[in-house]
Design a protein around this ligand. Structure first.
Ligand code: 5GP
Length: 117
């Protein structure tokens, strides 16, 4: 498994070096809008703990993160009056990961509206 590299774009967002549209922040996570949304309201929740993927994440950091993912997902669904939520997480490039800082995609879903590819 490769080591975490803090030159990734989400680490830069966390450090405030790159702007983002923030929707939630606390000591464990930052949530902001995806720059290329696959549906309306596509939010990214990133850990503040420096892990590269779900596979190398500290279980205690994950324990703190997951209730926040749920809370942010509930808020996004309520705000958009969505019918459901797609949660996606890609670990390592063969699985589709492009930014190597642990993050979850939260996609509010409406009946009959497909995800953009
Ligand atoms: P991954 O494929 O690694 O799971 O997803 C990375 C996500 O980060 C993609 O959905 C992409 O659109 C998003 N992304 C990449 N660069 C930026 C950026 O500079 N700002 C924001 N807000 N999202 C980004």
């Amino acid at each position: 498994m490769q080591a975490y590299d803090d030159a990734n774009i989400f680490a830069k967002i966390l450090r405030g070096e790159i702007p983002s549209t923030k929707v939630y922040e606390d000591e464990h996570c930052l949530a902001f809008m995806d720059i290329m949304p696959q549906v309306e309201g596509h939010v990214l929740v990133i850990a503040k703990a420096p892990s590269r993927t779900l596979l190398d994440a500290d279980p205690d950091a994950l324990s703190a993160l997951m209730p926040r993912v749920q809370r942010i997902g509930r808020a996004a669904v309520a705000a958009l009056k969505a019918d459901g939520l797609t949660l996606m997480q890609f670990s390592e490039a063969p699985a589709g990961q492009t930014v190597f800082h642990l993050h979850f995609h939260l996609l509010p879903r409406h009946e009959g509206v497909p995800m953009r590819s």
